[in-house]
Design a protein. Structure first.
Length: 258
């Protein structure tokens, strides 16, 4: 929330807003010629309360007492929450789980209330960032099939995230090997992947490396097992259609006749 000028109380604070409203009402009635006794009756206040508001030149003069500048158990973690918010993490439960190991002893509701204030505060309207699904689609599709707006958005994402930029390069390099049958480039691709801090891609590279010769052959030779996999899929479909009740003889007959 934004601090009001010269006031220790933020706008949006219930006590502060109520005090400002009452102060404005009392002074408006005084300027209109009403007596303090009449204001007391009209606003249903005690004479002492009316005097307090009437004698205060501005509402900030009334902001005193034990509740002013009260510290919170969340105060020392607000910098961390603000940094994570700027990074794009706005999930209150996740942020609460992150600060508990750091020593936070307060409740989840306090974190949620603090983040709610950040969500509802006035801020500049910015474009909504693309979803992870959309970014994944841009990376996996051929660059020439992307619309100009999609290319610009992907370029922006890559500029702000070095990991996604490296991932995009590796994915497109592998796609080139796959479509142009350049299996001989696979060892160099695996070495390049291991040089970047991409743990998930490292797992993929380790799996490929365990069967490197077969993968190189698949990326080089014109033959593939697509036809066999198609027949296996068809047999599974026929078996599911029979709900598992038919024996092998009937299944064999249906496969041969279909």
């Amino acid at each position: 929330m934004e601090e009001s000028s010269g006031s220790p109380w933020p706008t949006g604070h219930r006590f502060a807003d109520r005090t400002r409203t009452t102060h404005a009402t009392v002074h408006a009635l005084l300027e209109a010629g009403h007596s303090r006794r009449a204001i007391q009756r009209q606003l249903r206040m005690t004479s002492r309360t009316v005097k307090k508001y009437a004698d205060a030149a501005k509402p900030e003069d009334l902001f005193t007492g034990q509740w002013q500048n009260r510290s919170s158990v969340l105060d020392e973690y607000k910098t961390y929450l603000d940094d994570r918010w700027s990074e794009g993490c706005t999930n209150a439960w996740k942020l609460w789980e992150e600060i508990v190991p750091l020593g936070y002893k307060g409740s989840y509701q306090r974190v949620r209330a603090y983040l709610h204030k950040k969500r509802t505060s006035l801020r500049a309207v910015t474009a909504r960032p693309p979803s992870p699904r959309a970014v994944a689609g841009w990376i996996l599709r051929r660059p020439e099939t992307l619309a100009e707006s999609e290319q610009l958005q992907l370029k922006t994402v890559r500029a702000h995230c070095p990991e996604l930029d490296a991932l995009t390069g590796h994915v497109r390099s592998f796609a080139t090997m796959l479509t142009e049958r350049q299996g001989e480039r696979l060892p160099d691709w695996l070495d390049a992947v291991r040089q970047d801090d991409l743990p998930s891609l490292h797992t993929l590279a380790s799996g490929i490396d365990r069967d490197r010769d077969a993968v190189i052959a698949g990326l080089t030779l014109p033959w593939n097992s697509g036809a066999v996999e198609g027949h296996v899929n068809r047999i599974k479909m026929l078996k599911r259609q029979m709900f598992g009740r038919a024996g092998f003889a009937l299944l064999r007959k249906r496969v041969l006749m279909s």
